[in-house]
Write a protein that binds this ligand. Structure first.
Ligand code: ATP
Ligand code: MG
Length: 566
């Protein structure tokens, strides 16, 4: 697997698409730039779409033009209103706005039909009675030319009659198609008389039962661009071979404008599968909690996971836009997200796996309020009060009865700092009948209030903690990559590469009282544990937190290694 080399920190570097746009504006070829994002509403958007959204809407914004949101809704058997709604939500969440420019390919069905008739009249399209299989057989291969259909030379009048009757619903699905008459011997298979219309007796989410023939993607796309006055129709590289066909339609139809298509490399991410079809399968098979499962690479998934939109936009800017396909390390996306969260997220205390601590020399029933910093990266975030009392919770893994050499946290006889509070020393370990540690008896030094000792002594570890008096029970869901390998599916079976440990549910966690009703959408940092955000599954008295990311930034390490090797 090739890894894209990391780009510099600059945002929206001049890429080849932006250069073309800038030149077209400079030369006066276009007065204003008009782009579009054209999703097919047959699933939820994923992070690959985010790259395309940031590119199309970003260019419009930077060059003072506009970007349309256009639903490419030409296949009613797979499209649903749920997807349309989710796509609008996701584009808005990413921070982009299409204003009044919301369109649907289905808005143009009548016009597209007229243009198809125009081709028929011009002798440039014909109704073909071959079956789908026969058409495939006639198409030829990359090395062999195709063969003409026996119906290719039907007279114009007969074609007009048949096409009109196709529209009227006289024929069953698959009985006939309308094909453009181009060149069955073309070296480009897309030009071997491509299908323009097919019969589909299906109810469309927007046009209902008005139509029983639907245009193909190739026929609808460029013409929709032309109707909307799109100047730069930007798509992914797999459409490069379709460009001659895109241009053929534009040249052979009385369209109101002449858009041009440009292709860029699609985003591929390590440990990730970006294919709506496969993601739909995961949802349908119940492998995940839905399209918005926090492990999904969908925009709704990463939003539920707690990724800020700004981090996604930074990522899009960092990877840039090029024409060479590669795989981007998912650690780079995570790095961009951590970077934003480190600056923005409020710090809070939470204990995932609690161990009880009793401070023997602290007065029974006393509760003290101590000042804790909300965000060391942002003084304006201020401070909050955290309560300290005789009974506390600490993280179970912050104590070891027999500490190995480099373990500096709590151990019998050892003193550590409780952040923003006091130094405490472990005096005694209490175990249950099974020999498990269930409680630590400690003492505290009242002179270290706030976390500093007058005599200057400094414990080697600082722990997070909670007061047992008011800690709130919570559930935490810890997420890892959805796949066990960076290149899922290379051995043929994507499902076999799913990480069975991609989600760990930890119940019996404890959080600060202020988090009892934290709003969904606000990601906080649980000190020393990672970034977490409230999940919509939270109920009163039972908050649920998703681990957005741990605090370990692997991208920084990968980058440092790369530089060493240079
Ligand atoms: P998928 O392959 O995941 O099913 P798609 O290409 O069928 O996606 P569309 O709804 O047709 O999905 O895509 C809308 C736009 O998003 C297209 O312009 C497409 O080129 C772009 N796009 C889709 N996937 C990616 C990706 N991985 N990277 C960049 N752009 C993408
Ligand atoms: Mg597509």
């Amino acid at each position: 697997m090739t890894m894209d080399t990391p780009a510099g920190p600059g945002r929206e570097r001049a890429d080849f698409v932006r250069e073309i746009v800038a030149e077209d504006l400079r030369s006066g070829k276009h007065q204003t730039v008009v782009t579009r994002f054209p999703p097919e509403p047959n699933g939820y958007l994923h992070i690959g779409h985010a790259k395309s959204i940031c590119l199309n809407f970003g260019i419009a914004k930077e060059f003072g033009g506009r970007c349309h949101l256009r639903f490419d809704d030409t296949n009613p058997t797979k499209e649903e209103q749920e997807y349309i709604d989710a796509i609008e939500t996701d584009v808005r969440w990413l921070g982009f706005d299409w204003g009044e420019h919301l369109y649907h390919a289905s808005d143009y069905f009548e016009q597209l039909y007229e243009w198809a008739v125009h081709l028929v009249r011009a002798g440039k399209a014909y109704v073909d009675d071959l079956s789908a299989d026969e058409i495939r057989e006639h198409r030829g291969t990359l090395t062999e030319p195709g063969r003409n259909s026996p119906y290719r030379d039907r007279p114009v009048e007969e074609n007009l009659d048949l096409f009109t009757r196709m529209r009227k619903g006289e024929f069953p699905d698959g009985a006939r198609v309308l094909r453009a008459k181009i060149d069955m011997a073309s070296g480009n298979i897309n030009l071997r008389d491509p299908v323009v219309y097919r019969i589909l007796h299906a109810t469309h989410p927007r046009t209902g039962d008005a139509w029983c023939i639907y245009p193909t993607y190739d026929f609808a796309h460029g013409q929709s661009d032309a109707i909307e006055g799109i100047t730069h129709s930007i798509c992914t590289l797999e459409f490069e071979d379709h460009r001659p066909l895109y241009d053929w339609f534009i040249e052979n139809l009385p369209v109101p404008s002449r858009p041009r298509q440009y292709e860029f490399a699609r985003l591929n991410l390590s440990y990730t599968v970006l294919s709506k079809r496969f993601l739909l399968k995961l949802v349908n098979d119940g492998r995940v909690r839905g399209w918005d499962d926090p492990r999904m690479p969908t925009i709704s998934g990463i939003r539920r996971r707690g990724f800020p939109a700004e981090g996604v936009r930074d990522f899009a800017a960092l990877i840039g836009v090029a024409r060479n396909n590669g795989v981007v390390d998912v650690a780079m996306l995570e790095h961009c997200v951590r970077d934003v969260l480190n600056r923005r997220a409020r710090r809070r205390f939470a204990v995932l796996r609690p161990l009880r601590v009793v401070i023997e020399n602290y007065p029974e029933g006393q509760l003290e309020e101590l000042d804790a910093v909300n965000n060391p990266e942002d003084a304006s975030a201020g401070t909050r009060k955290v309560s300290f009392s005789r009974e506390l919770w600490i993280e179970r893994e912050d104590f070891l009865e027999d500490p190995p050499k480099k373990f500096y946290r709590l151990a019998p006889g050892r003193e550590v700092r409780l952040r923003y509070a006091y130094f405490v020393t472990c005096r005694e370990v209490v175990k249950n009948a099974a020999g498990e540690v269930v409680e630590l008896r400690c003492t505290y030094d009242p002179a270290t209030r706030g976390g500093d000792a007058p005599d200057g002594r400094r414990p080697k570890a600082t722990l997070h903690w909670l007061s047992a008096a008011n800690a709130v029970p919570a559930e935490a869901r810890l997420y890892e990559h959805l796949f066990t390998r960076p290149d899922p599916g290379v051995e043929g079976d994507l499902l076999a590469d799913i990480n069975p440990e991609s989600e760990e549910v930890v119940d019996g966690c404890l959080v600060e009282p202020s988090l009892a009703a934290a709003p969904v959408g606000e990601t906080v940092q649980f000190e020393r544990l990672g970034y977490f955000c409230p999940d919509p599954d939270s109920r009163p008295g039972h908050p649920v937190f998703n681990r957005t990311l741990t605090l370990k930034d692997t991208w920084v390490r990968i980058q440092a290694k790369g530089q060493q090797n240079e």
